[in-house]
Design a protein around this ligand. Structure first.
Ligand SMILES: [Ca+2]
Length: 403
């Protein structure tokens, strides 16, 4: 997972828990144009769905002029960067890994070497992957304003209206509400308007072979991207797709939901029944795949994502409440004993809660009591700010939908 800069200390706990529970974990990413934080994903499975990847990256709607201009600019920038990159074909350790991937995945060694040899180092990606400067205060109000605005809500209303039956079918099959699926796709790519302009192969090779040493977890991150590169090559080989033709975020995340290759392999589904999985062009496949992702991360149907919380200052032990970070740890009664009071619905919550702190720069932080479903959203992108933006965008879109 690549959340570039973890937002708080409990991530480690959460990760451990998740590894124990599932041995595999995935996080989503925000589209590269907007990303503060990205996703990553681990998947060890080789279960191959029958699919082909359609390499067209058609957007779901015609971008507005300013979007088109911005997009053209970023394509130009990505291409310019590409031109100055160096080839990986001349690096022995890279070619050695190409051979190992081919052997492990039973791929044509020449095809693998050729593909990786064609990839280019992208200096902009190396810059983008580094954590933000230390000392920059987190600010939920600012974060929220990046994702919840009139343009995104309007696009969400159109997406929901265009896909009403599919969203209902996904909710019926997985228990994941339409508003959550709509919130994810909106935050990730504005419903396909910003799916990223980097060649996925360039992004994965740059991060697999030239991950910046300045990053605190450089070697683990590089290993992760090597694994994603392997998944990507195996996926494109199996689906007879040109690995140089796919474009995505600077982290190699693909399509409307920004799935990393391992997530595509493990969680993507053919939800329109045409016999292939297409997260670039099929809105139904995107909806089914996002819902399936959350089902895999144990979404609890009918359970709230969070409850409002207030403090009993006489009893408040905030340090103890924040210690497990986003991992739901406390029963409502434990919560109350430590001075965190949820509303009547929260007191009836059948599972565990986490005290979620959303900082606001120099202003007072906000708090909510996150449930297991709040935690599930952070499996897409390891950030409570991300999860809250997804929830609030989905809610705003729902509220704006014509009755
Ligand atoms: Ca399909």
């Amino acid at each position: 997972m690549i959340r570039i800069e973890p937002q708080n200390g409990g991530r480690t706990l959460a990760l451990r828990w998740n590894e124990k529970a599932a041995r595999t974990y995935c996080l989503g990413s925000i589209a590269c144009a907007l990303a503060l934080w990205t996703l990553n994903a681990y998947a060890q499975t080789d279960t191959a769905p029958t699919e082909t990847i359609v390499t067209s990256t058609r957007t779901t709607k015609t971008p507005k002029p300013h979007k088109a201009a911005k997009s053209a600019k970023s394509v130009k920038r990505a291409k310019a960067e590409q031109a100055q990159g160096n080839a990986y074909a001349t690096r022995p350790e890279v070619m050695q890994l190409a051979g190992e991937i081919a052997a492990r995945r039973n791929l044509d060694p020449q095809w693998v070497s050729h593909a990786i040899g064609e990839a280019r180092y992208m200096p902009g990606i190396v810059k983008a992957i580094l954590p933000p400067a230390v000392g920059v205060p987190k600010n939920w109000t600012l974060y929220r304003s990046r994702f919840i605005d009139a343009v995104r809500i309007k696009a969400g209303v159109k997406f929901w209206s265009d896909n009403r039956e599919t969203l209902e079918r996904a909710e019926k099959e997985t228990g994941v509400p339409a508003a959550i699926v709509v919130g994810i796709i909106g935050v990730e790519t504005i419903y396909g308007q910003q799916i990223g302009n980097y060649r996925v192969l360039d992004a994965l090779c740059t991060l697999a072979f030239d991950f910046p040493a300045a990053h605190p977890r450089a070697s683990a991150r590089a290993a992760y991207f090597q694994s994603e590169l392997e998944e990507f090559l195996a996926l494109t080989a199996r689906t007879h797709t040109d690995p140089l033709a796919l474009r995505g975020s600077y982290a190699g995340a693909m399509g409307l939901p920004q799935f990393m290759p391992s997530s595509w392999v493990k969680y993507a589904v053919d939800f329109d029944g045409d016999g292939r999985i297409d997260l670039f062009n099929s809105q139904a496949d995107v909806i089914g795949s996002v819902a399936n992702y959350f089902k895999a991360f144990r979404w609890k149907p009918g359970v709230a994502t969070y409850y409002p919380v207030s403090f009993d200052l006489q009893k408040l032990d905030k340090a103890a409440l924040l210690e497990p970070d986003i991992l739901p740890t406390f029963t409502p009664a434990d919560f109350a004993a430590k001075g965190a009071i949820v509303d009547a619905a929260g007191m009836q919550h059948p599972g565990l809660l986490a005290l979620i702190e959303l900082q606001n720069g120099a202003d007072a932080p906000q708090y909510v009591a996150g449930t297991e479903n709040f935690y599930a959203i952070t499996r897409y992108n390891w950030s409570s700010y991300y999860a809250m933006a997804v929830i609030e965008l989905g809610r705003e879109v729902a509220a704006t939908m014509p009755k």
